[in-house]
Design a protein. Sequence first.
Length: 180
Amino acid sequence: MFAKPLLAALLATTTTLAFPTASNTSDPQPWQILSLNTHSSSGRPGNDLNSTLFVSIHDPNLIEAYFPPVTANCSVKWLPADGAPYGVPQNCTEIAQGYWTVTIGEGESGSSATENLNLEFKLVRDATVSGESVVKVFTGGDHFEVGENMSGQCGGSGVCNWQLTNPPYDIEQTEQPADE
């Protein structure tokens, strides 16, 4: 007597859990920066002279049922004397079915890339579905600056460490045409 309704409820739950519905890529949820940290060296002999940027970014979207949510870590290191690698896409950690890049852009006041910078992210998702290649490309970015959305401190030696003030930080992304 209760078997048929119970079986129907279990099947409905199992189907829902096993096959989540695809999100609408024309109106995706924003990406989330989970952490953003920068470091500038004191420049003193014996210390690491590199400036660094580390960012962890997450795409919470399920895209067309075959691209699951994904997180990547991006790390960029440079010698201040050589200048920050402005405009050069940097590969992030490997992900299944695609890749992330981050590009550092010069900040609004031209100060250090560890304190005032623009970050541009690119996510490329690639899969073969029923023998057909499916490629989706998304980009998004924002401005980050100490005193606005970053905080931290500098030590007496000149070492400075800054981080995102209130993570997670939403990044609106847009779909771009896939390069053929």
